[in-house]
Write a protein that binds this ligand. Structure first.
Ligand code: FES
Length: 409
């Protein structure tokens, strides 16, 4: 049972209660149509945004548009599980200085996922790993949505900071418990993350990174005490936040260049980090050129009707052979969306079939299909289309008449 004030949106109430099991890619701005909840009780009627974003007959409501008017019950869809990348291909990096005792934690705060490694500082061995979705995603899927949240909501920055600090605290405790070590043994924490995440983590307003000339308040590369950040570990535990280069080239890139050894290579290296933000660094020991752009939202479906992260239920691969479309769903079962690899497969297939051109632009009749959410015949012998209703269809026809379509499984 949680309580909220009359007039508050369901999303706000859930956020305040620390309930993160809900997608809110646009940060509650009524743009993405993905904060779907099943709700009964005293709630506001649908507004024009919901009528525009939700398909006809959709019984669920948008949590960011639905306001509470009394007692109500909200049913959340089970959260899709995600396997954050936990391993690595690099050689272990020698610890300097070497400590003779105690524990260290290395934390990778991605915009979408968070991974924590617990390290025995005496041996350098990783003794436990914790990972999961970044709980801040209820405030927005990408860094811009989260920056916007901190500027629009009076307490937004504190909410986001508290969320990631609580997640790190939880992971530290779980890791120590599973490794059968004491949290009091913790001596150092090293954190790599993008520049916006580093600002939020340390309580600095990230607003300036979102507007030209995109200047961060700090580039970090320094230590904080756990107490000053608000982590619930021994107050003298030192927390190192790795150095950022610019507003969109963060400490995760410097950490990656260091760990991979690229920073001291004689030959030219290309370093790619394709996360929610994508960065590409090219160079060698003499220096690197680096550029960055939003990558994840394109692959995780922030602006795509059926788009999804790579979680259970997402279509992860699509193929076309013998005139039919086949696909795979993460974890099996009925698809609930399509993630990046499925989108890339689909685009490649549509290109091959001639449904889009090499710029990705769909042909006029294809847009017509999309607008009507129907499939029409074409001159081609095979074509597929992913409908706006999360269902994959295919057909074969040589006519220009409309046709009914088999639902694929
Ligand atoms: S429409 Fe509600 S979070 Fe995007």
């Amino acid at each position: 049972m949680i309580s909220g004030r009359t007039g508050q949106t369901l999303l706000t109430v859930l956020q305040s209660a620390g309930i993160y099991e809900i997608e809110a890619p646009c940060g509650g701005n009524g743009k993405c149509g993905k904060c779907l909840v099943q709700v009964t009780g005293a709630i506001s009627p649908s507004d024009s945004t919901e009528e525009r974003l939700l398909p006809h007959g959709e019984a669920r409501r948008l949590a960011c548009r639905t306001r509470i008017e009394g007692d109500c019950t909200v049913f959340l869809a089970p959260e899709g599980s995600v396997d954050a990348f936990r391993g690595g291909l690099c050689e272990n990096v020698a610890l300097k200085p070497i400590r003779r005792q105690g524990l260290g934690a290395a934390v990778d705060i991605g915009t979408t996922t968070v991974v924590l490694y617990l390290v025995d500082l005496a041996t350098g061995e990783i003794i436990n790993t914790q990972s999961g979705m970044n709980k801040q995603r209820i405030f927005g899927a990408d860094v811009i949505s989260r920056v916007e949240y901190t500027t629009v909501h009076e307490d937004g920055l504190n909410q986001l900071s508290d969320t990631i600090l609580t997640q790190i605290d939880t992971y530290l405790r779980q890791a120590c418990r599973e490794a059968e070590r004491e949290i009091g043994e913790l001596r150092e924490i090293a954190i790599a993350c993008n520049t916006v995440m580093a600002h939020i983590l340390t309580g600095l307003p990230p607003k300036t990174i979102a507007v030209a000339p995109f200047t961060p308040i700090s580039l970090f590369g320094k230590c904080f005490s756990a107490a000053s950040l608000g982590l619930h570990v021994s107050p003298d535990v030192s927390v190192y936040v790795s150095p950022c280069i610019a507003g969109y080239v963060g400490g995760d890139i410097t950490a990656g260049l260091f760990a991979s050894g690229a920073y001291m290579a004689d030959g030219t290296c290309l370093y790619l980090d394709i996360g929610t933000n994508g960065e590409i660094a090219l160079g060698n020991r003499a220096g690197f050129l680096c550029c960055a752009t939003a990558a994840g939202p394109a692959f995780e479906g922030a602006e795509i009707a059926c788009g999804s992260s790579g979680v259970t239920g997402a279509i992860s691969s699509v193929r076309f052979s013998d005139g039919a479309v086949g696909y795979q769903v993460i974890g099996g079962g009925v698809p609930t969306g399509i993630c990046g690899s499925g989108l890339v497969d689909t685009l490649a297939m549509l290109l091959k079939l001639g449904a889009v051109d090499e710029t990705g632009r769909s042909f006029r009749w294809m847009r017509h299909l999309y607008a009507q959410n129907r499939i029409w015949g074409s001159e081609m012998t095979g074509l597929c289309f992913i409908s706006m209703r999360h269902v994959l269809y295919s057909f074969q026809t040589k006519t220009s008449e409309s046709c009914s379509l088999p639902r694929l499984r």
